[in-house]
Design a protein around this ligand. Structure first.
Ligand SMILES: C[S@@+](CC[C@H](N)C(=O)[O-])C[C@H]1O[C@@H](n2cnc3c(N)ncnc32)[C@H](O)[C@@H]1O
Length: 244
């Protein structure tokens, strides 16, 4: 199904408004949790507790999500929901894409590693904000489809690799930020190693019950971990999933 540019713009604007409302709700919850704890959790998710950065919302609004979903799901592309993309995988919910992006507090000169390319949507949002995005996907047909979408959209600052992202991309390390879009039971050590001093890693961790964790690597190489919110991601696997 095809949709016109005007329809797409109206749907995109509505989706971004919903993401903003959800982010405001999240920020309120963060502030009240800080008050409840009398300052003990004062740094928790501090960046997004002030609301999402306008440049993150602008990036979300600029990326045509309907080009990243299967043709039969185009009518649902601008719902604030995860959607199936084949191979048992999903394109993440726009609110989660925005929140994870925001928590990385990106600078335009940053080099960012993403694990779990999936449809390529999250990488496309990151690519509007930073110098270079390196993205790794373990399911080859998904990586190849995402590469075609990046080429169609002229996104020349995304580099794609097929393989196990839990090993990171050592040849291109260190990274200013790392975003993991699938949940391991524990944070893979190579990802911490490949984070630059002062860098940030955002990652869902757990099994049936998962928490989004923000890791900050200090200049002295020590790390600070913060729990952000409960989330529900597909597992980070070590092998390619069976074909559809
Ligand atoms: C929730 S989806 C990612 C959504 C994606 N960021 C997007 O915008 O569409 C998680 C992806 O992680 C991939 N994945 C799972 N384990 C992986 C691994 N070890 N290395 C790389 N990718 C992995 C899955 O195949 C899936 O495509």
């Amino acid at each position: 199904m095809s949709i016109s540019d005007d329809e797409t713009k109206a749907l995109r604007d509505a989706m971004v408004r919903e993401v903003e409302l959800m982010a405001a709700e999240y920020a309120r919850a963060q502030r009240s949790s800080r008050e409840d704890l009398h300052g003990h959790a004062h740094k928790r998710g501090a960046r997004s507790a002030r609301g999402l950065a306008p440049r993150v919302l602008a990036a979300l609004s600029a990326v045509p999500r309907h080009l990243f979903v299967p043709p039969d799901l185009v009518p649902d592309a601008y719902l604030n929901r995860p959607l199936p993309i084949g191979y048992g995988q999903t394109i993440s919910q726009p609110f989660i894409v925005a929140l994870m992006t925001d928590l990385l507090d990106l600078a335009p000169s940053d080099r960012v590693l993403e694990i779990g390319t999936g449809s390529g949507y999250q990488a496309a949002v990151l690519a509007r904000l930073v110098d270079t995005v390196f993205t790794i996907e373990v399911v080859a047909p998904l990586a190849e489809r995402a590469q075609r979408t990046f080429a169609d959209l002229g996104l020349a600052n995304i580099r794609t690799r097929i393989g196990d992202g839990s090993l990171g991309w050592p040849e291109e390390a260190p990274f200013d930020a790392i975003l993991v879009a699938a949940a391991p039971a524990e944070i893979p050590a190579p990802l911490i190693q490949q984070l630059a001093p002062g860098g940030r890693l955002i990652i869902p961790v757990g099994g049936k019950s998962q928490q989004l964790i923000l890791v900050e690597k200090r200049r002295d190489q020590s790390t600070v971990l913060r729990e952000i919110i409960p989330v529900c991601f597909v597992p980070l696997t070590r092998e390619a999933s069976p074909p559809d």
